[in-house]
Design a protein around this ligand. Structure first.
Ligand code: 6R9
Length: 651
């Protein structure tokens, strides 16, 4: 990619200093960077002391068999105790842990003392069903408080949870149950989505016709809809947990005890079961949540809008916030039910102070219009987070202005299922933020950008994002496939973890993420990132969202094909398409002009809002559409295809 296009990306040159008040009282100051760079392992050993250990670790990192790391290996702890019991013991049992807001408007607030009782009952329930330390439990639930309780109950008894996104199909669930050899599945009759009950149990019933080894299905009653029942196998959650004792003594598990498996599909092939363990994972989830959101547990109300089936739900709904004793909101439903102001109504209702969401949601809110958030009192918000994809500068500025009253700092957090916790992000009380940049590796994290030959690129250049030192919450392996772990992450650049993302360093050395390298397009010998072209398109006032792919082209190698969703008032016309092409040409240079622009109503996305470009490439190249099992909404591809003329009929 040319340096001119980077200059274009940075052309706004806008910088935002941290609010003075926040900086003055920030949990973490600039000193943390200095401390960590002087003694990285000492820094992490100190962060591990945020946790309560049954046996304090004396070792920090064992890297004698790379890339298989052990962190705090001689320590022992109970992760659920750290997330629940210790807050009660510290006298904070009456603090609300979870404000659950159901989509229909029902809800309940659960204190830490109540959460301790519920988690203990659930742990005892799992034991009664024969689940033991080391067994795997699949969790397939809506966004309800029981999801958190179920996860913590597994952690408490040392069973390894594998949460599967509630939107996935029976086949996707079956393959994940099979791969992890889960013994128990925890599900619900259904959950509320878009104003109506949406069934979950039928997918489990179907999945279990395809796999063996599951002894029981524990079913939460959420919607009350009818379910089919397999006697002897299926058990109601409410019946089983109600008769359990609220006492359960948490056993101390090894720091390297497997905490969870989370499947990530990547772009192709068999899903990878990313394995995370206990002590190192919790240390980094807890520290980053404290540092990046500046959480003050006594006064903040935190809300992460992610689904529990995404790693963001694991680290920043369950483990990070609860280990820190936070009060948080969990919302079951969609942002437009029953109206497009639902999120802002929730912020107002609970006085949310810290909001963590994804760029795809922010762009949707922009599309719906500024007047919607303007109707609500959002003055409680003081820190805003973004995760999941590069956030384009327009969305960043809109988020700050319309949600953050033009003053809340934005923390754009780069990390992955594999990294377990945040890796690159501003610190809200320290960093002068730049719209669109994740900026700098967090204290204790080592990241850089290298070229094809693994040489670090100078400031002002682009290449591949790599992590150069092990970190506490790193994945330990791919479940059941150590070789695939080595091949996928540690083979491209000797001794370094390759994240699969392209990135650039600007003149200050700040990092800008450019999307997956698999998505980079090669047009007439020029590398062009999909992120840059998408960012240029949504910079046009008529465009709400865009997705760009490279389609095989006889003359240029690849041709740029853009799919765009228009903003409310704009309409599709040949003039508009021409104007958009010209706009990209002006912003990034003529080489980046899309050859085709297709106006659509929806884009195919994963549970975390990432665009599945692979499926759009299938359309652009006129192929049959590939595997759609990890789409958040499986009907989207049909909608898109119905809207488009058959392939080849357009120039
Ligand atoms: C947490 C999460 C990981 C991939 C990652 C990158 C993209 C996530 C980002 C970002 C730019 C950010 N990504 N956060 N890109 N800026 N702030 O998303 O995990 O679902 O495993 O995805 O998401 O491409 O490699 P996961």
């Amino acid at each position: 990619m040319s340096n001119e296009s980077l200059a274009n990306l940075l052309k706004e040159e806008r910088r935002f200093a941290p609010p003075a008040e926040l900086a003055a009282a920030a949990n973490v100051t600039a000193a943390a960077y200095a401390q960590a760079s002087e003694d990285r392992l000492g820094f992490w050993a100190e962060q591990a002391r945020r946790l309560t250990w049954a046996v304090e670790p004396t070792e920090t990192l064992d890297w004698s068999n790379p890339p298989f790391a052990k962190w705090f290996a001689d320590g022992k702890l109970n992760v659920a105790y750290n997330c629940v019991d210790r807050h009660v013991e510290a006298g904070n049992g009456d603090r609300v842990a979870i404000h659950f807001e159901g989509e229909p408007g029902d809800g309940r607030s659960i204190t830490y003392a109540q959460l301790k009782d519920e988690v203990s009952q659930a742990a005892n329930a799992l034991l009664e069903l024969g689940v033991r330390k080391g067994d795997r439990v699949a969790v397939y639930l809506p966004m309800i408080a029981e999801a958190v309780v179920a996860i913590l109950a597994c952690a408490r008894i040392g069973a390894t949870h594998s949460v599967v996104f509630g939107g996935f199909s029976a086949d996707a669930v079956a393959s994940r149950i099979q791969d992890a050899q889960a013994k128990l599945v925890i599900t619900a009759d259904g959950g509320y989505r878009r104003g109506k009950p949406s069934a979950l149990k039928p997918a489990i019933d179907e999945a279990l016709t395809k796999v063996d080894g599951v002894e029981h299905v524990l079913v939460v009653r959420r919607t009350g809809q009818e379910v089919s029942w397999t006697e002897g196998r299926d058990v109601w959650w409410h019946e089983l947990t109600a008769r359990q004792s609220t006492e359960h003594t948490p056993e101390a598990h090894d720091a390297e005890h497997p905490l969870f498996i989370l499947y990530t599909s990547g772009t192709t092939g068999k899903p990878k079961g990313i394995l995370h363990t206990s002590g190192g994972y919790l240390t980094q989830a807890s520290y980053t949540h404290h540092a990046v959101f500046d959480l003050k547990p006594e006064s903040d109300v935190y809300w992460c809008t992610a689904d529990i089936g995404w790693v963001t739900g694991h680290s920043y709904i369950v483990y990070g916030p609860l280990s820190n004793g936070a009060t948080q909101v969990i919302y079951e439903g969609t942002p437009d039910t029953p109206h497009q102001g639902r999120f802002w109504e929730i912020v107002q209702k609970y006085g949310v102070t810290i909001l963590y969401t994804a760029p795809t949601a922010i762009r949707t809110f922009m599309k719906w219009g500024d007047d919607i958030p303007a109707k609500f009192d959002l003055s409680s918000l003081r820190v805003l987070g973004s995760v999941g994809e590069p956030i384009n500068p327009e969305a960043w500025i809109w988020y700050r202005d319309h949600i953050g009253a033009g003053k809340a700092p934005i923390v754009d957090t780069w990390w992955q299922t594999e990294t377990g916790a945040m890796m690159i992000s501003p610190l809200p009380g320290v960093t002068e933020t730049k719209p669109g940049s994740a900026q700098r590796a967090l204290p204790g994290i080592a990241a850089t950008v290298v070229d094809d030959e693994a040489r670090e690129v100078p400031n002002g250049s682009g290449g591949y994002l790599v992590l150069t030192e092990p970190w506490p919450s790193m994945l330990r392996t791919i479940w059941g496939d150590d070789q695939r772990y080595i091949d996928t992450y540690w083979s491209r650049f000797e001794g370094r973890y390759f994240a699969g993302d392209g990135a650039k360093k600007d003149e200050d050395g700040d990092i800008w993420l450019l999307g997956r390298v698999d998505d980079v397009m090669l047009v007439s010998g020029h590398n062009i990132s999909t992120t840059e072209v998408e960012s240029a398109l949504v910079g046009h006032p008529s465009v709400a969202e865009s997705a760009v792919v490279g389609a095989t082209d006889a003359t240029t190698g690849q041709a740029i094909v853009a799919f765009v969703i228009l903003r409310g008032t704009a309409t599709d016309s040949p003039e508009l398409v021409e104007e958009l092409r010209a706009h990209v040409g002006r912003t990034l240079g003529p080489i980046a002009k899309p050859k085709q622009i297709k106006v659509v109503g929806e884009l195919p996305k994963t549970r975390s809002g990432k665009i599945m470009r692979r499926l759009l490439r299938d359309i652009a190249e006129g192929r049959e559409i590939g595997d759609t099992t990890t789409l958040a909404d499986s009907t989207v591809m049909n909608l898109i295809q119905a809207q488009l003329p058959p392939a080849g009929s357009e120039s």
